[in-house]
Each structure stands twice: as C-alpha cells, then as structure tokens.
Design a protein around this ligand. Structure first.
Ligand code: UDX
Length: 479
C-alpha cells in the first residue's frame, strides 16, 4: 500500500472585496511556493471579476496544486455588493454559510487539511468546527486597527464610546491597552463617530475579540518590528499569531528566490498609465510627492480644489492619481482654474491609475500623500517613503495616527481639507523636515526588508505557518 501522505490541501475563503481578495491571493501564492495545494473558494461575483480583470489564469498556471472554485453570495447580479457591505455580509452569513458547509463536507476533491478564512466571516469558523476541519484566520488590516476592534467592548464599558462626529474629537481614548499615549476619538475607526453603540459596524467588529481566538492561528499582513507593542498585547488574547507581511514584498522576494519569471499578481482595477514612470525618470531624486487615495475614496469638487491649490501653492513636484470615478459630481473637469492647469503643467503629472509599487520604489519619489489604506501604508513603509495622511474611512483613521505618532514616518492631516494646511504639510514633508522623515523611513524600510530575509521575523513566521499546516495535514491523513 502507498504510504506517502497526500500533500496538504488548504481551502482559502476570502472576504469578497477587492483588497482582501488581493491579499489572500498573494498568501495563496506564497503557500503554493511552500508546497501546499490550494483551493481558492470565492463567490461567483468575485470569480467573474477575477477572470475579467486580473491575470489569475496565467499567474497560477505554474502551480498545478492551485484551483479556483466558486459558490453564490446569495445576492442578485446587479447588487452593488462592496458599496452595501452590510447587505453583502448578511447574505453571506445566511445564504452562503450552508453552501460553504456543503463544499467542505464534500471535500471538493480530496481530504482538506485546513481552512484559511477571513475572520470577519466568523461563520466560517462555525462551519469548520461543525465539519471537524481546523481553521486559521486572516485579517488584512493593521494589527493596530484590529486591536481597536478587539477593544470595542472595553471602549463601550469605559464610556469612551459612544460619541458623535460633531463632539470634541480631541478627547483622549484610554481604554485601548498599549495605545493610551496617542489615541484620540478622531483616531478611532470612522464608524465610531455614529453616536450609537448599536451601530451595525460596532456590533459586527465587536465580535473580533471572541471570534479570532477560536481559530488555530491568526495570520496578519504586518511585520513584528512595525507593530511589536500592539502584537504583544494581542497575543494575550490570541496567542498564535503569524505576522508574514508586507505580503506584496514577501511574495516578490520568494519569487526572486525561486527564479520565477512570472509577473506578480496585478492589483490593478484600472489600466495602469505607465507614462508616469517616464515622467518620473526625468525628475531629480526624492523631489516628487506621489498623491493617491487608493481604490475606493472619493472627494467632492471643493475638496479637490483644496488639494489642487495646496499642491500647486507648495511649489513641489507632484504625481497625482485621479481615478476616473474619484470626484463626486459631473463637469468638474470643465471648470479648472487656469493657475492650477499652469502649475500642474510646470511641476505636476496626473494619471488615472499608476503602477503604485513601482512608483513608490522610484528614486524620484520623496513623499506620499495617501488615504492611509493598509496596502498603501505597507508599500510606502517598505520603500522608505515618508507620508502625509488624509484618511478616508474605517481602519485608515487608526493607521494614520500610527504613521505620525508611533512610527514618526510623516504627518497626519485627518479631518482637515484646507489648501493652506495641505500646502504647509507638503512643504514640511518635502523641504523643512525632509531629512528627519527620510532618515526615519529609511530605518523602517531596512527593518521591513530584514523581516523578509532568511531568519527574519516574517520569513520565519511563514515557514512556521507552512509547517503547522503540514502537521495538521498529517493528522488528517492519520485520522
Ligand atoms: C482600503 C483599505 O486599505 C483597507 O484597509 C480598507 O479596509 C478598505 O479600503 P484601498 O482604498 O483599496 O482599500 O487602499 P489600499 O489598501 O491602500 O490599496 C490600494 C491598492 O491599490 C494598493 O495595493 C496600491 O498599490 C494599488 N494602487 C493604488 C495602484 O496599483 N495604483 C494606483 O494608482 C493606486
């Protein structure tokens, strides 16, 4: 009889939103490189979008153990999904949950060693428990923001919550252990401003502290050296944490080590305008401020004008990503003041979507005006680019506070959109305090790179994760 154990097979079930799916695909590829078989289970909607917009087919061709499967999310085809997240979440919880159970029970093509699911989908843990398969959780936000979620019950108990957006937002928050020194009301996730502890977001994220520890382990896209104080608090609640980030760079490092010539998984929702790289090539070192508010944030015409005047009046060079859908309302393009067009022609460059990782790695880039999305933050940290933060929503409010107060990697401009504040912040980052921020960013970038090299923290955590999954697989085969 053949005694060779079957290779470990993992079913990955991401939160069906662009960012988490991207991060999970990077993790999937890292696990494939580590010798695991992956069944990537997504909703039908995500399945269709991945095939339409990404290079997933070619990307995973070289991993025969990889397969992608899909189940319905229970919503009609024309539902806006991400834009009405609570409806999507409810449908997943009621309609997709039994389908996930059926899929895991059927095995989907052989014994399953474990499930890796987004912890927001707490029901995946119930299902895995029911069918007796070990589960690991993943969260694709910062440990700091996740720790704030863990602390929501304490925030309510202490009276720090509720408060409203028009209350005094500078009141210090004392009930998030380890963050007492710097956290204010305005730095909490944006939904905390609702003034209502029955707010559905608070209800949903309050479960994180009880849901996460139920899994065999929690996988985070961060690195120890960046978030050590928070991680040590979190391990009191959730002892087995694997910090394996920054995922984008970890994957690139592993691909380089395996001499794979495949391009990394494309993050892009829109076509990249690579002409900005040629423009950057003709700019002096560290002279350009890169401006991008990620894939979801929108601004009003008034806010757009404040940013534009702030940038032009700062006298600095800038490369600005203005997504086609990023300005609310119509006709704003026909009413651009001549001094802005002139200033942009002289020192600026505007694109609809940029190859961001490449841009941040470019020697001409010396700063990043960002919405503090977690991927953008990690990409900037990794490339040693100081930041000006203008957080838009959710976790970004927390991330931006850490950038300024904990990591000293830039300036947090949250809740202000005034041309003179923007101009001053840009001058500070790019001129007045340039050396100080660049020095600090360089130190943090070195530490990020060290975490990915052999023996480094993220490198070792990924090895340990793969070993732990293989051990679970051997147990599945024995049982
Ligand atoms: C955000 C948050 O990051 C996430 O934490 C939150 O919970 C949901 O919203 P997003 O706006 O997509 O998501 O921001 P971010 O996480 O920074 O991701 C944006 C990604 O798009 C980055 O990987 C970035 O490299 C890429 N990008 C952005 C481009 O490739 N080109 C661009 O022009 C702009």
């Amino acid at each position: 009889m053949d005694q060779t154990p079957a290779p470990a097979r993992v079913v990955m079930f991401p939160l069906p939103l662009q960012g988490p799916v991207n991060s999970m695909l990077k993790l999937a590829e890292l696990l494939c490189i580590g010798g695991l078989q992956i069944t990537f289970l997504v909703t039908d909607d995500i399945h269709a979008r991945l095939h339409r917009h990404s290079n997933i087919q070619t990307r995973f061709q070289s991993y025969p153990g990889f397969q992608i499967r899909s189940i319905p999310d229970g919503l009609p085809e024309n539902h806006p999904r991400g834009a009405k997240f609570m409806e999507l979440f409810e449908s997943l919880r009621t309609k997709t949950k039994p389908l996930l159970k059926e899929f895991l029970q059927s095995g989907g093509g052989g014994p399953i060693s474990c499930v890796i699911a987004d912890a927001v989908l707490g029901f995946a843990c119930d299902v895995a428990d029911d069918v007796g398969i070990p589960i690991f959780h993943v969260r694709t936000i910062s440990a700091a923001c996740l720790w704030v979620f863990f602390s929501l019950p304490m925030l309510i108990q202490s009276g720090d919550l509720p408060f409203k957006g028009d209350d005094d937002l500078d009141v210090p928050i004392k009930s998030v252990p380890g963050m007492e020194r710097y956290l204010r009301r305005r730095d909490l996730p944006s939904f905390c401003r609702s003034g209502d502890i029955a707010d559905p977001h608070i209800e949903m994220y309050k479960m994180e502290a009880t849901e996460n520890p139920r899994a065999s382990g929690l996988i985070l896209n961060t690195f120890e050296e960046l978030e050590a104080p928070i991680l040590s608090k979190m391990r009191n609640v959730c002892p087995n944490i694997y910090t394996i980030g920054p995922l984008h760079a970890h994957l690139k490092a592993k691909l380089a080590a395996t001499a794979s010539s495949l391009p990394a998984f494309s993050n892009s929702l829109w076509e990249e305008d690579r002409s900005c790289v040629a423009w950057l090539n003709s700019q002096p070192p560290k002279s350009v401020l890169y401006v991008s508010f990620g894939s979801l944030a929108t601004v009003t015409r008034d806010q757009l004008m404040e940013f534009w005047y702030g940038l032009v009046n700062s006298g600095q060079r800038f490369l600005w990503v203005m997504r086609p859908d990023s300005v609310d309302g119509k006709d704003w393009e026909s009413r651009i003041p001549v001094e802005l067009s002139q200033g942009t022609k002289e020192r600026g460059y505007v694109v609809g979507w940029a190859p961001q990782e490449e841009v941040l790695a470019h020697p001409a880039v010396g700063g990043f005006l960002t919405h503090s999305g977690w991927n953008s933050t990690l990409e900037s940290v990794y490339e040693g680019v100081p930041m000006i933060c203008w957080p838009y929503f959710l976790d970004q409010q927390v991330n931006s506070r850490l950038v300024e107060e904990e990591w000293k990697l830039g300036l947090d401009m949250k809740d202000s959109c005034d041309r003179s504040v923007i101009e001053e912040s840009v001058r500070n980052l790019m001129e007045v305090r340039k050396e100080e921020f660049l020095r600090r960013a360089d130190e943090m970038a070195k530490s990020a790179k060290a975490s990915l090299s052999e023996g480094g923290s993220s490198y070792s955590h990924l090895d340990r994760l793969i070993q732990d999954i293989k051990t679970k697989s051997a147990q599945v085969v024995r049982d």
